[in-house]
Structure formats: C-alpha cells, structure tokens
Design a protein around this ligand. Structure first.
Ligand code: URA
Length: 247
C-alpha cells in the first residue's frame, strides 16, 4: 500500500530529528553517483528548496550556464521572501565568469553593494579584488557571490530565517558554475556552507567540502581592514587554493 503524504512527512521529520540529535545542522546532498538516482532536470522543479538541487552527470557548457543563471535571476525576481527585502535598494545577485575556477562567497551586501547592485565593490571589495589579482586572476575571471542577496540594515549579521530563505540561490549558483574551489569569506559564509559553528579562526586554512567541491574558509576582507596584520594568513590560505588548482 502506498504511504500517504502525511505519513511520508512524518518519516522525514523523524529522520531529520535523528540527524539533529546527532548535532547536524544541514544534511549533505548526495551526488548522482552515490545515490544512483535518476538525474532530475533542475528546470523541472519550480520550488525554491535545496532538495531540488542535484548534481548533473555532465557539466554545462558556458552558454547553458549563462542561461541557467539568467533563469535563476528571473526566479528570484523582485524577491520578498524575507524581511531584508524591505530595506534594500538593489538585490545583489553575484557576478563574474560562468567558467570560473574559483568562486568567492561572502556574507551579504554592504552599503555600496546595495547602491550599485554588485558584490564586493566597497572598501572590503577593493581588498578582495587585490587578493584576486595577487592570486594571478582578473576579477572577471572568478565568480563572486554572497550568502544573502540583500543588505542587512546597518551591516548587522544576517539572521537564520534570512539565510535560510536565500541559501537555495547561492547553492544553485554553485551548482551551475561548478567551480573547482570555493573560498568562503568569513564566519557567516563558512559556517553556513559547511554547516558547523566552529570559529573562523580555528577553521580557516583547512579544506572542507561543499556539495563535493573543495572549500577553503578564510577571513573576511572587512576583518582584514580592521586587522591588517592577519593578511598573511589569508595569503597562506590563497596559496593552498592555488596549489589545489595546480597554479
Ligand atoms: N561584504 C560581503 O560579505 N559581501 C559583499 O558583497 C560586500 C561586503
């Protein structure tokens, strides 16, 4: 006999509670190879949830990536999914090369980003751009995004409900771009992507994974503006990323 939707939901709830009791904050998504699931065309799911994101068996070409990103931007639309929408001037989707080998993921737009609708264009952004250049790339060669796409007022930390409302979109951007390495900038980005509350000072400099992609946590450029003596640590982390890329 087929289970009712209510019974299925009850089963899912029990499994999630089990993982929660074990201390998991997020469940890793399995790859096609791991699960043997049939490939689901991401376009066929109109729901904005992470469970609809599956790894594709073959990578998208550049044109397909451009189209998928445009479709994602359309799907986000004039977003009102969380309270950050109330205070924003512009939604900051993200920008860069669809064929980027590295994807930098920050926390959320600041004042200047909110005005321009582009990520990392303020003072912290200038520092990030100079790091990218020192690593041997142009800013246009990499992809830059954020955990939340609208500015939290007074640059406060984004709250859990805001992060959860926006997370499927950066997950989808990662899936589309499929970079070789992700660099998570700062505590919020790192803790969100790896699903652990470890302090950034302890976790930085060591590779983790996000949906099977190597992820290097490092300090946020805004932190470096306040603590320039720690720039060399970020440079050490960047060198590990370059080694991973065989550069
Ligand atoms: N800080 C971030 O985390 N992201 C930006 O886009 C700008 C500043």
């Amino acid at each position: 006999m087929q289970k009712s939707n209510k019974a299925i939901l009850k089963d899912i709830k029990a499994v999630l509670e089990f993982y929660q009791a074990l201390g998991f904050e997020r469940l890793p998504l399995k790859t096609i190879q791991d699960t043997g699931y049939k490939i689901q065309d991401t376009k066929s799911c109109t729901m904005n949830h992470a469970s609809c994101i599956v790894h594709r068996a073959s990578p998208l070409n550049s044109g397909q990536k451009e189209t998928a990103l445009k479709e994602l931007r359309d799907e986000i639309g004039d977003c009102q999914r969380c309270k950050l929408s109330k205070g924003r001037k512009n939604l900051v989707f993200g920008e860069g090369s669809v064929d980027a080998e590295i994807m930098f993921i920050g926390e959320g737009p600041g004042e200047e980003e909110d005005i321009q609708g582009r990520p990392f264009v303020g003072k912290a952004g200038q520092l990030l751009t100079s790091l990218i250049t020192k690593m041997g790339f142009k800013r246009e060669d990499v992809y830059i995004g954020n955990i939340v796409k609208c500015r939290p007022s007074f640059n406060r930390d984004p709250e859990d409900d805001e992060i959860n409302a926006c997370l499927p979109f950066i997950e989808k951007q990662v899936e589309i771009i499929s970079p070789k390495v992700i660099v998570s900038l700062g505590r919020i980005s790192t803790q969100t992507l790896i699903g652990m509350k470890t302090p950034i000072s302890k976790i930085r400099g060591h590779f983790h994974t996000f949906n099977d992609i190597p992820l290097m946590p490092t300090f946020h450029p805004a932190y470096l503006l306040r603590n320039p003596k720690d720039k060399w640590l970020v440079w050490e982390d960047a060198q590990k990323v370059l080694e991973r890329l065989n550069k």
